[in-house]
Design a protein around this ligand. Sequence first.
Ligand code: HEC
Length: 123
Amino acid sequence: MKTSPRLTTLAVLAFGALTGCYYDVETELYPGGDCSAITPGYTSHVEALIAEQCAGCHAGSAPSGGLSLEYYGQIRDAALSGAIEDRISRSAGDPLLMPPNGPLNACDIEAFVTWVADGAPEN
Ligand code: HEC
């Protein structure tokens, strides 16, 4: 049987559109709290999240608030003390919210909280 080239093109376009939408939704919007795309571990998620969202201010010789979040041990200590969770869980407009231009998206917060509940391992 001969497959019509137009049908094949259509199928490819439809597949691209569908997977494209799914990808956009997962990474940008996290609808309905479906955070299954994220594995909540240190090396799989938390390390990059802190580096991207926090270390710009919380690193170097004069970190903001006197808090350095550059290395695992520093991140673990601040995480287990509850200080990070307290700051990232605040509402937009709260002067204590971190990052100051936040909040982080709900799935990043959930992944972080899950990792801390696991004891903040270097996993
Ligand atoms: C644009 C710069 C900036 C970014 C980005 C930023 N912070 Fe901060 N952070 C500050 C400043 C300035 C302070 C000190 C003022 C205050 O306590 O709000 C602070 C204070 C804190 C404190 C309290 C420290 C203490 O012991 O009093 C915590 C915890 C914190 N930040 C966590 C984070 C986390 C986690 C992120 C990333 C999700 C982050 N911050 C991103 C600037 C930043």
